[in-house]
Design a protein around this ligand. Sequence first.
Ligand code: UDP
Ligand code: MG
Length: 330
Amino acid sequence: MADTLYFVIPCYNEEEVLPETAKRLKEKVASLREKGKVSGLSRIVFVNDGSKDRTWEMICELHEQDPVFSGICLSRNRGHQNALLAGLMTVRDYADFAVSMDADLQDDVDAVDEMIDKYYAGKDIVYGVRSARQTDTFFKRTTAHGFYSLMKGMGAETVADHADFRLMSARALDALSGFTEVNLFLRGIVPMLGFPTDVVYYERHERFAGESKYPLKKMLSFAVQGITSLSTKPLQMITGLGFFIFLVSIVMLVYSLFRHFTGATIVGWTSLTISLWAIGGLILLSLGVIGEYVGKIYLESKARPRFIIQEYLDSEHGYVAGDERKAQRE
Ligand code: UDP
Ligand code: MG
């Protein structure tokens, strides 16, 4: 039997696009079933992220009309990443693999076919990566590229031009469930999982209807969230700065003494200058040292898995989570 696919679609005030999204996804699941690529148990799961419009009512209606649609309603708005996570963690017990997508049809539904082929070819994670950014405004394009460079420079590795349009196997979802941190940045965590991965290129369309829920302000806080939740590099940068200022203070020491002995200074300048730089450097250096420890505490408090086992070969005790679940279902 073919494997079971679950689409996971976070929705926040998406009443304008939902009917079209539902229609296209339903067609996609039907055609995939016809081709024998997914099982009849496959579902389309909408996660309502505390919408203030009719989104949840519409999801309920869709579910009543056709059991292929199901829905999860969060108690309040928790943001895209948390809505997505809620969906993925709910379906991981029923799905062999899940595809996450935005509700606004910006992600290409037809790229899913290629993703599924890669899944059957043994890939656990397939990233949808946009091939062109022509449909974006110049502003969005530049800020997005700035975002990826900034993230990289700050030690947060992400897949460039990939925005949560991705296929994940049950095994990868199980591994993801081990990351229990509250400040979770999915785009940075998923590459950390490992497993065989691949990418599928697609053209990102305009939003089908409605407005972006990610204005610049939210995008900036998203970048900050990404960096601070993934990396302790900003703290390490303080140490570097401290060292640098301390070196400068030595140069200043030589320079000030030189000026002092050539008599080109007024009384008190030499000692003031030297102490200013030296104390500044020492304070920054001390902050950096504290920062190193705070960084360690931060990472410890996240209690991330130290390793993830991909397979375990043992004739008596061999256990692969995804396969066992599949066997139970069949
Ligand atoms: N979204 C969400 N909760 C929010 C904001 C957005 O679930 O608080 C969903 C939204 O419904 C959409 C996806 O996240 O399916 C991406 O949002 P949007 O299209 O507005 O972002 P953009 O594509 O402009 O970056
Ligand atoms: Mg969008």
